[in-house]
Design a protein. Structure first.
Length: 138
């Protein structure tokens, strides 16, 4: 927490812990009531403090997102849990297999009656005029 005073650093730590700027200010500075509310609001507008809070919030967000390895471990744990219903274990194994690339779902898209898909090209007015001009020049 470079360039912050000791109390500002304490405020940042308390805010990251509680998520409440007034409570964080109370803990760091010992103020109470409306004074703590107003001072906490002012402190959160301080560029250095706000940047430090944002940095810690980003770290906390990254830590809360499951990694691919964690997902695989989770699905494997569910898949092997004899206490679960067979359908839940099967779904966990399916998700684990899909994520591992064991099988790939393929879908074929076709038009009415199984025929080819109808497509329509829409050209914007300005583009159509430019094409017409080029054809006239040829």
């Amino acid at each position: 927490m470079s360039a912050l005073t000791a109390r500002q650093a304490a405020f940042v730590r308390a805010f990251v812990e509680t998520g409440n700027q007034t409570e964080a200010y109370r803990r760091a500075y010992g103020a109470t009531g409306r004074t703590a509310e107003a001072a906490a609001s002012r402190l959160m507008r301080n560029g250095k403090v706000a940047a430090e809070v944002a940095k810690h919030a980003k770290k906390a967000e990254k830590a809360s997102i499951a990694t691919v390895e964690e997902l695989h471990e989770f699905w494997t744990t569910l898949m092997r849990d004899d206490g679960l219903e067979p359908r839940d274990r099967l779904k966990a194994s399916e998700l684990r297999a899909k994520a591992a690339g064991v099988f790939v779902e393929k879908r074929e898209v076709s038009g009415p009656g199984g025929g080819p898909q109808q497509t329509q090209v829409v050209i914007a007015r300005d583009e159509a005029l430019a094409i017409a001009r080029r054809k006239g020049e040829e």
